[in-house]
Design a protein around this ligand. Structure first.
Ligand SMILES: Cc1ncc(COP(=O)(O)O)c(C=O)c1O
Length: 350
């Protein structure tokens, strides 16, 4: 199956084989060597200074990294300002609510990138600002650099959910204080390991709000070649291979590959008369939301594509009946994208 959902993604044989390793004990040097390598490759890949930034690994999907980031990233007694223009912004607000962290939301329509000027008007007194880099709800990219400036100007920490953005769309992680990511999307690893890239300074007075998702504890233990809990060892091993591949390919080339594929696909969608949910210039490199043609259902396009070996995604939240999503993340040969366009074209004409 070719996975055109926004993660988990198809991975190379090399990555898959790494997950089929002989078991090793996570309290032995061989695991700590693996953990050290993954952490330092993440810091290098995103061009961060090892003195200032660290990568903290978590056993869990992307949501665990986002939740750990929210718990550690909002100083005690301070308010979080959540930039919300999609399901994942909404999820950050829900995390704050459930953990009793004071928060406010600055909402934008799902089809509009956040407006930093509006965020600035709401940021006074906030201890942290949180935003989603690539809103996978629609495929929209938020102006992270500009929101980073707003947070900085207000002396607030800047927390970014880049679970579907890192290695897919450009981001200067050094402008963030905490940035959550996952192995199983544009980094082309397997699901089950996620991470937070943290400015070490931001962890110094981080409040402790969870046992399992405590970034301060996880960081201290991982820095000391240790781990507080049992990691997903084979998935970490596969992630190491995925990071080696990413560095061999080069981050810029990875971004360019995704951008080129998205453009190739979008030209094809236009030729067959499909309509985009968002204007082109707002779209990410890795996901396109398309309107369902009049009178057609998601089930019909899903099933037609699945019969030919492609898995796509429904519209998210309230878009479920009006739109569908096609991602281009992961290790997929270009010929498969050409075949996808043929199959989709046949469905449009059927
Ligand atoms: C932007 C964003 N944040 C968070 C998540 C949650 O990740 P997971 O499903 O791996 O927990 C996703 C998943 O698609 C996402 O796209």
């Amino acid at each position: 199956m070719i996975l055109l959902n926004p993660g988990p993604v198809n991975v190379s044989d090399r990555v898959r084989q790494a997950a089929a390793m002989e078991p090793i004990c996570h309290r032995e040097p061989e695991y700590f060597d693996l953990q050290d390598e993954v952490r330092s490759r993440l810091v290098d890949l995103f061009g961060l200074a090892a003195r200032d930034f660290g990568a903290i690994l978590l056993a869990g999907s992307g949501t665990s990294a986002v939740e750990a980031m929210v718990l550690a990233g909002v100083p005690a007694g301070k308010k979080l300002l959540v930039v919300n223009n999609g399901v994942y912004g909404e999820r950050i607000a829900k995390m704050a609510a459930l953990h009793g962290i004071p928060f406010e939301e600055v909402r934008f329509p799902w089809e509009a990138p956040a407006d930093p000027g509006v965020v600035a008007k709401r940021a006074r007194g906030a201890g942290a600002v949180a935003a989603v880099h690539h809103e996978t709800t629609t495929g929209l990219v938020n102006p992270i650099s500009e929101i980073a400036r707003v947070a900085r100007d207000h002396g607030a920490r800047f927390l970014v959910d880049s679970v579907s953005g890192l290695a897919g769309d450009p981001i200067d992680v050094a402008q963030t204080d905490l940035c959550a990511g996952t192995a199983g999307k544009c980094l082309q690893g397997l699901p089950g390991v996620s991470f937070v890239l943290v400015r070490r300074e931001a962890l110094r007075d981080a409040p402790r709000r969870s046992v399992y998702l405590d970034l301060g504890e996880l960081c201290a233990k991982q820095d000391a070649r240790n781990t507080p809990f049992t990691p997903a060892v084979p998935i970490v091993n596969a992630f190491r291979e995925a990071l080696r591949e990413a560095q061999e390919e080069g981050l810029d080339k990875r971004l360019e590959r995704y951008r080129g594929t998205a453009e190739f696909l979008r030209a094809g969608y236009e030729r067959m008369g499909l309509r985009f949910w968002l204007p082109h210039r707002k779209l990410s490199n890795t996901l396109t939301t398309l309107r369902l043609p009049e009178g057609r259902t998601y089930t019909s396009v899903h099933d037609a594509l699945k019969a030919e070996g492609f898995v796509i995604y429904a519209g998210q939240g309230s878009l479920e009946r009006e739109a569908f999503r096609i991602a281009n993340m992961g290790w997929i040969p270009r010929a498969e994208f050409a075949r996808l366009l043929d199959v989709l074209d046949r469905w449009v004409k059927s």
